[in-house]
Design a protein. Structure first.
Length: 372
């Protein structure tokens, strides 16, 4: 295989994801390290992460951005435990993380008025059947299934309930209709290639109104509490985090946001992901042994691209191992709960040129394992 060029960066993991092109640890600011996150400097840096996020994403007026514990999972849990219970819930699941929210709502919160709308990996439930008089919980993009909602047209403008959206592998990779989303969560280690353990919680004014007018009947741990005395704890959305964050991770996130700005904003990061997806779509069209797990092109993820192969699960594992050994692609096996296959991360930090170099190597690996 001397004649095939290898990707310059073989990191195609779906989380933690590849660092941005040109990333250097030495470029991060260090004046905040060893300082209290409660210091004037600490609060300034944390607030900058919130305000810069809102500016780059173009959030509507009145939307709040906060840094919370426990990655995207923690942000989703805060929303579910703090806001659900006032009205019925429609919760959708078409991959493992959505199924996790079903478990929380049905088995942990034990809500009575719940409708679970499920679909197999690679498919979506009937979006037109959603009842927006209820609270609606869903993932925008199925990180483990490669299936995303095509747009926000199915979300009612006159909804009575809240829309709670786990968008961890969608923010900065997909165009989100912010006015239709009341709670949006994501994590730094996905599309921006940041570090783990910190979540981002974005609230609409409707979500804030719910928090200030409704008290759930169950106890809330300290790290879930967003109100005090019936009022939103505004400090959470101005840099006064609930618990101690890693300031090194925070400046790493700010570095990623600056990179997005240098590209020209979110439209540029979306375009990078779309370019990588287009390369894979062309490859799939030219090879009958590989296909997308998500059959509908409109519902096909441009960040977590999930593929099925016309071979045995053992051969798929052998392909993944072979590409790893060759230093061509790391961590591209399908998620453990998903159907056997390959998952290529195509978020903005991945160079489309590296995706292009990976594809002929995949064809080579397939030939190797199926001829054996």
């Amino acid at each position: 295989m001397q004649d095939l060029a290898k990707p310059q960066n073989p990191n195609f993991s779906s989380g933690p994801c590849s660092k941005r092109p040109g990333y250097e640890l030495s470029a991060l600011r260090t004046d905040i390290l060893g300082r209290s996150h409660r210091s004037a400097l600490g609060k300034t840096v944390l607030e900058e992460a919130c305000t810069k996020t809102a500016e780059i994403l173009g959030l509507p007026e009145g939307y709040r951005v906060g840094i919370v514990p426990a990655s995207d999972t923690g942000a989703v849990e805060m929303a579910l435990w703090s806001m659900l219970g006032q009205r019925g819930v429609d919760v959708m699941a078409w991959e493992s993380f959505g199924s996790g929210w079903v478990t929380d709502i049905v088995k942990q919160l034990k809500l009575d008025d719940v409708r679970v709308m499920e679909a197999d990996y690679g498919e979506l439930p009937d979006l037109n059947a959603v009842d927006f008089n209820k609270d609606v919980v869903f993932t925008w993009n199925g990180t483990t299934s490669g299936a995303k909602v095509p747009n926000g047209d199915w979300i009612a403008d006159d909804r009575q309930g809240l829309t709670i959206c786990d968008a961890t592998s969608a923010v900065f990779a997909m165009d989100l209709p912010w006015e239709k989303l009341d709670v949006v969560t994501y994590s730094w280690q996905k599309v921006l290639g940041g570090e783990g353990a910190h979540g981002m919680l974005i609230l609409s004014p409707r979500a804030v109104e719910r928090l200030e007018s409704y008290t759930p009947p169950w106890p809330l741990p300290k790290i879930f509490r967003l109100t005090k005395g019936g009022k939103l704890i505004e400090g959470v959305f101005k840099g006064a985090t609930i618990n101690t964050p890693s300031m090194l991770c925070v400046v790493d996130y700010l570095d990623a946001l600056s990179w997005v700005e240098s590209l020209g904003g979110v439209s540029a990061t979306i375009a990078r992901s779309n370019e990588s997806l287009a390369l894979i779509e062309k490859f799939v069209a030219e090879n009958d042994w590989i296909d997308f797990l998500a059959k509908n092109p409109a519902e096909r993820s441009n960040s977590s691209v999930c593929l099925t192969l016309d071979t045995t699960p053992e051969n798929v594992k052998a392909m993944v191992k072979l590409l790893d050994q060759e230093g061509v692609a790391y961590d591209i096996g399908a998620y453990r709960d998903a159907p056997p296959g390959i998952r290529i991360w195509c978020g903005a930090t991945v160079e489309p040129s590296d995706v292009a170099k990976l594809l002929p190597w995949m064809a080579w690996a397939y030939e190797q394992v199926t001829a054996a």
